[in-house]
Design a protein around this ligand. Structure first.
Ligand code: G6P
Length: 609
C-alpha cells in the first residue's frame, strides 16, 4: 500500500528510483510519480496505472538529477489521477507520503486563508504547503519540517526535497514504515528493504516520530523535539533471488511451489530431537510462558485465519483458553483482559496498521507479555513485541498470501508445543509423535503440490461460476475461510467459507446448480459429520468439489468431482489441505485473466487504517 523511494548520490538517481518503484509494485497502487532536482529545478513526472507507464514517460521526457523521490500511490483521499499522484509540490518543495493526515481538512482551511492554492484532493498537498508555510518563519527546512509534523495528526512515512538544496534529502516516519539504505558515497530511503536490495544491504530502521537528514556522506536522525538519536545499521539477509519470478509465470505460483522449502526453513536449526530450541522464540527462555493463563490472538486477513487454526492447537495442547479477533475490531473494543494473559499478533509484513495499533493498545491493557509471529525482521511489530517467532517464509511478493500462511500455521503449531512443554500439558509420547509428524511436513507438502494438473482441469469448469461456497468442519473451518478468501481476492469469484454444520442455518437456501460447493474433507474425527452435511447439499442439486484424503470413501455421482489427496497425519491437515485451495484460486484467476500478483484494489501491506 503506497511505496516510497528516495535517493541522493553522485550519479543520476532516476533509474534507481524507478527500479525501486517496480520492486514495490507488489504492495498495491494505482498511480506513480517521480521528482528529481535538475539544475536547481524540480523535475516532476506522474502517471496513472502501472510503473511501466511512468518509465515510458520518464524515457520520453527525461528525468535527470543526483537527488530525487518517487512514489506509488494507493488512493485514500481523492481518486487515482495524475493530479492526485505524488510527489506533491509547493513552490520549492516536493513531498511524497504514505499514510493519512487526519486533520488535513482543518489545516487546508487555515492554509487557504493564508493564500495557498490546492490543485489536488490529497492530504499530502496540504502537508507540503504546511511545511512551506513554516519554512517562511524558520531558520532552515529541518526546523520547518519538525514544526509541521508537530501540527499534524495521523500516520506518515515521508520523503522531502528542496530545489534550493540538492545536497539534502529529508525523511520522517510515524505509523508508516520507512528505512534508510546506506551506500558508499550515496544513501537511499524506501518504505521497504526490497526496493533497495540492488543498491545496498545495510539499513537503518526509522522509529516512530523520527526525522532523518540524509546527504551522500551522512545520515543524522532526530526526534520531533530536535534531539539527535544514535542509530545502528543492520545487514539484510534477503537474497535477490527471492524477488525474481524464476521459471514461474507469477510470483503467487512461485510462492505456492516454494512451500516445501519455506516450511523446511521454518524448522531449520530449531528441532533438537524431541525438543525445540529456546532461540526459536526470540527473547524467550524455558520459563517465559510458564505462568500464562490466557491468550488473545489478533491479526488481519489471511493472518487472522492462521490465528483461528492456532486456537485449536493452543487449546488442545496447552489447555490455555485462547481468543482470536480481527485487529480492526479488537482495537475499538473494551476487551476484558484476564490475569497472566499473553497477547499474540500474527502478521506477514509486521506493518499492518490495525494489528500494530492493537499491539500498542495491549500495552495499556493488562497483558503480561506480547509475542508476534512475523515474517519480516526489523518490522514494527517485531521491534515492539516482547518476543518474536519468525515464520521464515522468505520474501512474499504476490498480494495473496500463500507461503506466509502455511509457515504461520507451522509456527503456531511450534508455539503450541513450546507452551505445552512449559506448562507441562503435553505428554512425552504426544510430543514425540507431533515432532515426528512435523519433520515429515516439507516432503508431504511436495506430495500435495502434485495435484496441480488435476486442479488446473477442475478450474476450467469452475472459473465460469460467479459464486461459490467452501465448507469445512473443526480445524478445517478456518481453512475453508482461507480457501474462499484466496478465490475471491484473485479470481474475483464471490466465495464464502462456512462451517459445514452451520449450512442449514442459512446458506443452504443459496444452493443450486450454479453454486459450486468446495468441501475440505481430510480423513479425520469429524469426517462422518461432514459427510452428512455433504449429503444435505447433494440432495439440493449442488455441484460438489470434494478435496478428500485418497482412502476416505465418498459417494460418487455426476454431481461430484472428487480430488483425492495424499494421506497425512491429522495434526498437519490444516497446513496441507490449504495447498490445493491455493492452487484452485490460482488457476481460476489465470483462466479469468485477472492480475494474479496485484489484484485490483488490494494491497500487500495495509499500512493505513
Ligand atoms: C492484506 C494482504 C493479505 C494479508 C493482510 C494482513 O490484506 O493482502 O494477504 O493477509 O493484509 O497482512 P499481514 O502482513 O499483517 O499478515
Amino acid at each position: 500500500m503506497c511505496g516510497i523511494v528516495g535517493a541522493i548520490a553522485q550519479r543520476n538517481v532516476s533509474q534507481i528510483l524507478l527500479e525501486g518503484l517496480s520492486r514495490l509494485e507488489y504492495r498495491g497502487y494505482d498511480s506513480a510519480g517521480i521528482c528529481t532536482i535538475d539544475k536547481n529545478e524540480l523535475n516532476c513526472i506522474k502517471t496513472t496505472g502501472k510503473v511501466k507507464n511512468l518509465k515510458e514517460a520518464v524515457k520520453e521526457k527525461g528525468c535527470l538529477g543526483t537527488i530525487g523521490i518517487a512514489h506509488t500511490r494507493w488512493a485514500t483521499h481523492g481518486v487515482p489521477s495524475e493530479v492526485n499522484a505524488h510527489p506533491h509540490i509547493c513552490e520549492n518543495l516536493a513531498l511524497v507520503h504514505n499514510g493519512i493526515i487526519e486533520n488535513f481538512a482543518e489545516l487546508k482551511e487555515q492554509l487557504i486563508a493564508l493564500g495557498y492554492n490546492f490543485k489536488s484532493q490529497t492530504d499530502t498537498e496540504v502537508l507540503v504547503c504546511l511545511i512551506h508555510h513554516h519554512l517562511q518563519s524558520s531558520d532552515n527546512l529541518l526546523q520547518a519540517f519538525k514544526a509541521a509534523l508537530n501540527e499534524v495528526k495521523g500516520s506518515f512515512g515521508l520523503a522531502l526535497i528542496d530545489k534550493n538544496d540538492s545536497n539534502t534529502l529529508y525523511a520522517a516516519r510515524s505509523g508508516s514504515p520507512l528505512i534508510i539504505g546506506l551506500g558508499i558515497g550515496e544513501n537511499f530511503i524506501a518504505s521497504d528493504t526490497l526496493a533497495l536490495l540492488p543498491v545496498t544491504r545495510r539499513f537503518i530502521y526509522l522509529e516512530e516520530n523520527e526525522i532523518a537528514v540524509i546527504t551522500t556522506e551522512s545520515v543524522n536522525v532526530y526526534d520531533l523535539d530536535g534531539n539527535k538519536i544514535e542509530k545502528t545499521a543492520v545487514e539484510s539477509d534477503l537474497d535477490t533471488e527471492s524477488i525474481s519470478k524464476g521459471r514461474y509465470r507469477h510470483y503467487m505460483q512461485k510462492e505456492i511451489f516454494e512451500q516445501p522449502q519455506s516450511l523446511q526453513n521454518t524448522l531449520l536449526g530449531r528441532l533438537r530431537g524431541d525438543d525445540i530450541s529456546t532461540e526459536t522464540i526470540v527473547g524467550s527462555d524455558e520459563n517465559s510462558f510458564k505462568d500464562i493463563e490466557a491468550i488473545q490472538i489478533v491479526a488481519c486477513g489471511t493472518s487472522y485465519h492462521a490465528g483461528l487454526v492456532g486456537r485449536y492447537w493452543l487449546e488442545e495442547l496447552t489447555g490455555i483458553p485462547t481468543n482470536v479477533e480481527i485487529a480492526s475490531e479488537y482495537r475499538y473494543r473494551k476487551a476484558v483482559v484476564r490475569k497472566n494473559s499473553l497477547f499474540i499478533t500474527i502478521s506477514q509484513s509486521g506493518e499492518t496498521a490495525d494489528t500494530l495499533a492493537s499491539l500498542r493498545l495491549s500495552k495499556e491493557q493488562n497483558y503480561s507479555k506480547s509475542l508476534c509471529i512475523c515474517n519480516v525482521n526489523g518490522s514494527s511489530l517485531v521491534r515492539e513485541s516482547d518476543f518474536t517467532l519468525f515464520t521464515k517464509a522468505g520474501a512474499e511478493i504476490g498480494v495473496a498470501s500463500t507461503k506466509a500462511f502455511t509457515t504461520q500455521l507451522l509456527s503456531l503449531l511450534i508455539l503450541a508445543l513450546i507452551l505445552g512443554k512449559q506448562k507441562g500439558t503435553i505428554s512425552a509420547e504426544q510430543n514425540h509423535e507431533i515432532m515426528e509428524n512435523i519433520r515429515k511436513l516439507p516432503n508431504l507438502s511436495q506430495e500435495f503440490l502434485e495435484c496441480d494438473s488435476q486442479i488446473s482441469k477442475l478450474a476450467e469448469e469452475f472459473s465460469g461460476k460467479h459464486h461459490c461456497l467452501f465448507l469445512g468442519r473443526g480445524v478445517m473451518f478456518p481453512i475453508a475461510l482461507e480457501g474462499a478468501l484466496k478465490l475471491k481476492e484473485i479470481s474475483y469469484i464471490h466465495a464464502e467459507g462456512y462451517a459445514a454444520g452451520e449450512l442449514k442455518h442459512g446458506p443452504i437456501a443459496l444452493i443450486d446448480k450454479e453454486m459450486p460447493v468446495v468441501v475440505v474433507a481430510p480423513d479425520n474425527s469429524l469426517m462422518d459429520k461432514l459427510i452428512s452435511n455433504v449429503e444435505e447439499v447433494r440432495a439440493r442439486g449442488a455441484l460438489l468439489y470434494i478435496f478428500i484424503s485418497k482412502d476416505a470413501h465418498i459417494k460418487q455421482d455426476e454431481q461430484t468431482r472428487k480430488l483425492a489427496l495424499p494421506d497425512c497425519p491429522e495434526i498437519l491437515q490444516p497446513i496441507l489441505f490449504t495447498i490445493p485451495l491455493q492452487l484452485l484460486a490460482y488457476h481460476c484467476a489465470v483462466i479469468n485473466g485477472t492480475d494474479v500478483d496485484q489484484p485490483r484494489n488490494l494491497a500487500k501491506s495495509v499500512t493505513v487504517e
